[in-house]
Ligand binder design. Structure first.
Ligand code: SF4
Length: 270
């Protein structure tokens, strides 16, 4: 089978579909990000700086992995990133910078002495007639040879409570990475989000039974995407952060939405 022709899915594309099929359609079928640039703000850049800092920290020799050097890497990445242009005042910049230092102190306490097995590790594999691919922030190796995945989160921790559907969507990224890594002959026993600000782990454990369940679940999502004819909107607080908010709401009451969407796009993205 020629891999080039196979449909590719990332945790982001599948997570987007679970969040809102319409948004999935805008990104992956209408390909609107090719016509309009993705919005970037200071928090997006901030997240990248924190990720980069954690990665560069482990590139230092063991004796140089001090908290002062972690802060220095952060300050250097901050200067290089161009984030300064997004602040209205020096105070605003200082506030976010200090938050970054606080988050990195938490990181240092939890991970400073623990060298990861792999960081920013790219993976891809063929399943049936599609490809899964992704880059995982961090993989730790236990003495018994099993692996633990960690995904760094710079956003705020939130508890989904009893909402099972939201819990499944929220942890999809971890399950996707574990499933993909296991398919490459590894043994992943857990995967966690690490929330810097709260110094909190949100963990999913895996066993043989969950591996079988994940295979079926991912197959189901792929089929839902492939056979979806309407790509319905799913409204929620996430709409406030959606790049397509304007387009989506302008076309909301249009029954001939799907036919007219290209005309709308032309108007908006000229
Ligand atoms: S605004 Fe909301 S409903 Fe519309 S595409 Fe974005 S996420 Fe979906």
């Amino acid at each position: 089978m020629e891999t080039k022709k196979l449909q590719k899915f990332s945790e982001y594309s599948m997570g987007t579909y679970l969040l809102c099929p319409k948004k999935y359609r805008y990104i992956y079928i209408e390909k609107l990000f090719k016509k309009q640039k993705r919005k970037v703000n200071e928090y997006f850049i901030f997240g990248n700086i924190i990720h980069l800092t954690c990665k560069e920290f482990y590139q230092k020799r063991a004796e140089d992995r001090s908290i002062e050097n972690l802060y220095n890497i952060f300050r250097e990445s901050w200067k290089r990133s161009g984030i300064r242009a997004f602040f209205k005042s020096r105070e605003e910049e200082k506030e976010l910078g200090e938050k970054g230092l606080y988050m990195l102190s938490n990181f240092y306490n939890s991970f400073g002495q623990k060298v990861p097995y792999l960081t920013e590790h790219y993976m891809e594999n063929i399943f049936k007639d599609y490809i899964f691919f992704g880059r995982v922030d961090r993989i730790d190796l236990s003495a018994d040879g099993t692996l633990q995945i960690v995904d760094y989160k710079t956003n705020k921790y939130y508890d989904v409570g009893e909402d099972n559907e939201e819990r499944a969507r929220k942890t999809m990224q971890l399950k996707f990475y574990a499933y993909l890594l296991n398919s490459l002959k590894s043994n992943v026993t857990s995967a966690s989000y690490y929330y810097f600000a709260e110094d909190k782990f949100d963990t999913v454990e895996f066993n043989q039974e969950s591996a079988n369940y994940l295979r079926e679940w991912f197959d189901e999502i792929i089929n839902d995407i492939r056979y979806d004819k309407t790509f319905e909107r799913k409204f929620g607080t996430h709409c406030n952060f959606c790049d397509f908010y304007k387009l989506c709401h302008e076309t909301e009451n249009n029954s001939d939405d799907n036919n007219n969407i290209n005309i709308e796009n032309e108007k908006l993205f000229k």
